[in-house]
Write a protein that binds this ligand. Sequence first.
Ligand code: ZN
Length: 322
Amino acid sequence: MWKNVREGSKVFWGINNITRSHKSHLALSEFVPACPPPNPHQVEQLQDFVSQSQRLFVMTGAGISTESGIPDYRSEGVGLYSRTERRPIQHSEFVQSQAARRRYWARNFVGWPSFSSHEPNSAHVNLCKWERAGRLHWLVTQNVDALHTKAGQCRLSELHGCTHRVICLGCQTVTKRSELQERFLNLNPSWNEQAHGLAPDGDVFLTDEQVSDFQVPACTKCGGILKPQVTFFGDTVNRGFVFSIYEQMKQADAMLIVGSSLQVYSGYRFALNAKELHLPIAILNIGPTRADHLAKVKVSARCGDVLPHILLQDQWHKEIQS
Ligand SMILES: [Zn+2]
C-alpha cells in the first residue's frame, strides 16, 4: 500500500512504493507506453491540486484504458498507428459503402466478445469514488469502451459515444450492442473467424475475402442502417452536446485531464474552455500534451500508478492525523 510521509505541512510520497507499483505494470507493456516511475514532487503537486478542489471536472482519454488492456491509436511504439498500417474507418465511408459496413461489422462482430469483456482498472474505480464522495462534479471521456460506466460513474458524458450502443441512422433508435451480437450470430451461424488483433473501437483485422459472405441486419423498426453510437473519424460531435458539457464546466472549480495527449481538437477545446473560465488545470499523462502550456500541474506517469493514490481532502486529513 502507498504511504504518505508527512514533512512539515506537506505530504511527500514514498519512492519505494512508487517503484514497486511501476514494476507491477510490466505485463501491460504491450499496450502502455514506456514510462519512468512517477516523480514524487509532481505527485505531491497533484495531491495538493485535488485536495483544494470541491467540484472537480475530469476529462479522460485512451491513456486511462490502456491499463485495462485496450490499445490506443496514438501512443508512441505501442499505439495502433505505430504497430500497424491500419487506420480507423471514416464516417463517410461507413455511411456511403455497404461493403465498408459489412467489413466493419464483421470485424467488430469477431472482436466484440473480447473487447466487451474488458474491466475498469483502479484509475476508473478511483474516479467513481470521488464522484460518490461528492467531489467530482462531472466527467467527460473521449473513450468509447464503457469502462467508466462499468466502474459505476453516473455524472458522465461520453464525448465520442460508446461502442456498447447502436444507433439506427434512419429512425435514431438506440439499442444495446449486445443485442445486435445475438442477431449477428443468428444470421451468420457458420461464422467462426479468428481475431487477428484488437483495435480501440472493437475492430478486428480480417481480409475482404473473409468478410464477403457476412450478413449485416438492419433496424427492426424501420429497416435503416445500424451504426455504433460512436463518433467516427471525419464526423463531428453534436454542438448541443458540447455546450451541455460546457455548462457543467461552469459549475466546476478545477479541471483534471487524465490519460490524453489532447491531439484531437474535440478534446483540446475543453482545456481551452477551462482556461477561459479561469479554472486551474492539472494533467496526468505519459509524455507531452497539447495543453501542457495551460497546466498548473503536470504529472508524466501511468494513470494507474498515480490516480488510486491521490486522496480526497477528508481522506488526506485522516492520513496526516494517523
Ligand atoms: Zn430505424
